[in-house]
Design a protein around this ligand. Structure first.
Ligand code: ADP
Length: 191
């Protein structure tokens, strides 16, 4: 099994790249953002509890996303591994994932970090706001908050990746195909 963390700030292209990488390598794409939005759309109790937090661009509690990921890992068959998108977003989540995988005789194999400068991120988020229909994309103050939350709580996970010797930095500026090629070059070294 191959487990890849797709990492980077909001707007760095994690979701776009994860979908095509998952197809190419037969991995299950696990996006906690998508899972949470599905709860919201289905009007579940959990979705209702998370709605305000997400609309403000804050992080939902660690135990909520950790449980979601554990359920998906345990109910999946026929895949060559997992690609994690938007998870882990805190050091606590990263440690929980490491333990969860370890308990199942797996590990984090690579952490691919898409590097994109702030000006380009803001430009991409503005464009996405016009098409995504997401509440957290519509308000520039919420976008700014998400970037701040990323810097404060999520970026420290990069150190975790360095210590685990899985960190790889990827230039996230260029065409979607170019960036896809850069990511594949890294994944091909472990497959
Ligand atoms: P982005 O485009 O900002 O990367 P995501 O779709 O990954 O967006 O996440 C949207 C929102 O869902 C986040 O701002 C946060 O409120 C919540 N969320 C998603 N994943 C996590 C996570 N791993 N931990 C905590 N909150 C999360």
């Amino acid at each position: 099994m191959v487990n890849i963390l797709m990492f980077g700030p909001p707007g760095s292209g994690k979701g776009t790249q994860s979908v095509t990488l998952a197809e190419k390598y037969n991995l299950l794409h696990l996006s906690t953002g998508d899972m949470l939005r599905a709860e919201l759309a289905a009007g579940t109790e959990l979705g209702k509890r998370m709605e305000k937090i997400m609309a403000a661009g804050e992080l939902v509690p660690d135990d909520v996303v950790i449980a979601m990921i554990a359920n998906k890992i345990d109910s999946t068959t026929g895949k060559a591994g997992f690609i994690f998108d938007g998870f882990p977003r805190t050091v606590e989540q990263a440690e929980a994932l490491q333990t969860m995988l370890g308990d199942r005789s797996m590990k984090i194999d690579q952490m691919l970090v898409l590097e994109v400068n702030d000006a380009e991120l803001m430009e991409r988020m503005k464009k996405r706001a016009q098409i995504s229909g997401r509440a957290d994309d519509a308000d520039p103050a919420v976008i700014n908050n998400r970037i701040e939350v990323y810097r404060a709580k999520t970026e420290p996970v990069i150190d975790f990746g360095r210590k685990a010797s899985v960190y790889r930095s990827i230039d996230g500026v260029g065409s979607i195909d170019e960036i896809f090629g850069r990511l594949c070059d890294h994944i091909d070294t472990i497959i």
